[in-house]
Design a binder for this molecule. Structure first.
Ligand code: FIX
Ligand code: ZN
Length: 417
């Protein structure tokens, strides 16, 4: 193994490794092109991303209400975001800069600020070819979708057995099964399962069958749920019984990890739709209790609050059935990605997944990964600089292995164990 023998070589190798490593994006809200309008792409979807719509209403004139905004056609909504967030307020936020990075990476003249010509370019794109182009530009092997078996718009597509490109993998999204049994029971009943609003043993048995059937249909890499910051385990809430008697038995049976995304406070401002959610400090000991109570289950965990990160990171070192991933949502900002990645490398080595995109719009893969790669590259270079100063002499392959580990390799290893 050729060793790297000077500091600049080690740092350059770390940056090169992160820049060139193929990434596995373990959580997105993308869909196959064959699922039609479920897959969002193009400049108008980029501009009306709920992050940017929320920003719009921090600067928009009071004469513009979210209700009026939502009634407008998508291009008109995009025009308003472009005008107020970009042209009048300078596009400095991470979400706004993201649009600029994406358009520039596609070779479009964003500096000219001509939205009409940008729109014309997108109108000339073929979605299947464009999907391949975006995955190539972002440097991804595959991305994991969010597939909700309780939503008729989604289940209808799966029951038609439409084509799914290999670069898109599935995850079974089960929030309502944990948080809202009556709604989940109703949806399962509509699909022919013997469930009722009363959470009983027969209903739980049917729900386990529902999960197994959907797993057989779409072959998910994991079950996933986002949970509120008030989530507690164990508790007297029904959620504890649903985890213990439905979700975890089904997951263990299928040897699938359960991804928990914890810390959201949904709909503090419903007028903003998806942009109306916020963050709350969650209870890390709920994760601790789950890992202990279900030592034979695998947990993928990310938390929304910056305040929870250190405690969660330490916990990540206590349980082999716990894998931490991503700088989720309100943590997906350069200053916090840097802090979280440094802390995780210091406490966990490379046994974590440093980021996921959470892309809701296909094109976002381009900026979410180019922005994160840069920060992760700087932090990894810094850590290798310190390791080199201590006397370790890594080879280039070893550095590449570390980069791949935190960009998807460790996730695949965890899922396979
Ligand atoms: O629960 C989730 O998967 C969240 O990522 C979304 O609900 C959220 O709206 C989002 O898009 C975050 O980036
Ligand atoms: Zn998400």
């Amino acid at each position: 193994m050729a060793q790297l023998n000077d500091l600049p070589a080690v740092e350059a190798a770390a940056r090169k490794a992160v820049a060139e490593t193929t990434v596995t994006d373990i959580h997105t809200h993308l869909f196959p092109p064959s699922h039609g309008e479920l897959l969002l792409w193009g400049v108008d979807e980029l501009l009306t991303y709920h992050y940017l719509v929320a920003e719009l209403f921090t600067v928009a004139p009071r004469t513009l209400s979210p209700d009026d905004f939502r009634k407008l056609p998508k291009p008109r909504q995009a025009d308003l975001v472009w005008e107020h967030v970009f042209l009048r307020h300078g596009a400095l936020s991470e979400a706004a800069r993201g649009v600029v990075t994406t358009l520039s990476s596609l070779g479009l003249d964003v500096g000219g600020r001509n939205l009409r010509s940008i729109r014309e370019w997108f109108a000339s794109q073929n979605v299947d070819e464009y999907l391949a182009k975006v995955f190539h530009l972002a440097g991804l092997d595959y991305a994991v979708m969010t597939n909700n078996p309780f939503l008729p718009a989604e289940t209808a597509c799966w029951k038609l057995n439409l084509p799914v490109p290999p670069c898109l993998r599935t995850a079974l999204r089960i929030d309502s099964l944990i948080l809202n049994w009556p709604a989940a029971a109703k949806a399962m009943k509509a699909q022919g399962y013997k469930t009722s609003a009363r959470p009983d043993a027969a209903g739980f048995k049917a729900a386990r069958k529902f999960l197994a059937d959907w797993a057989a249909r779409i072959k998910p890499l994991y079950f996933a749920a986002s949970l509120p910051c008030e989530f507690r385990y164990p508790s007297r809430d029904l959620s504890t019984r649903l985890l213990d008697e439905v979700v975890l038995p089904a997951a263990k049976e299928l040897n699938l990890p359960v991804a928990l995304m914890i810390g959201v406070r949904r709909q503090v401002n419903p007028a903003l739709g998806d942009g109306g959610d916020t963050v709350g400090i969650a209870d890390v000991s709920a994760v601790q209790a789950l890992c202990r109570a279900h030592g034979d289950a695998k947990f993928l965990v990310t938390m929304l609050s910056r305040v929870n990160q250190h405690e969660l990171c330490v916990l990540g070192r206590k349980f082999g059935n716990l894998h931490l991933f991503g700088c989720w949502w309100f943590c997906n900002n350069p200053s916090i990605i840097e802090e979280m990645t440094r802390q995780r490398l210091e406490l966990l080595g490379t046994a974590f997944t440093c980021q996921h995109s959470d892309a809701r719009v296909l094109d976002q893969l381009i900026y979410k990964w180019s922005h994160s790669r840069k920060i992760v590259a700087d932090v990894l270079a810094e850590k290798y600089r310190d390791l080199f100063a201590a006397g370790w002499r890594p080879g280039e392959a070893e550095v590449r292995r570390s980069a791949r580990s935190i960009l998807g390799g460790a996730f695949e290893e965890f899922c396979a164990k």
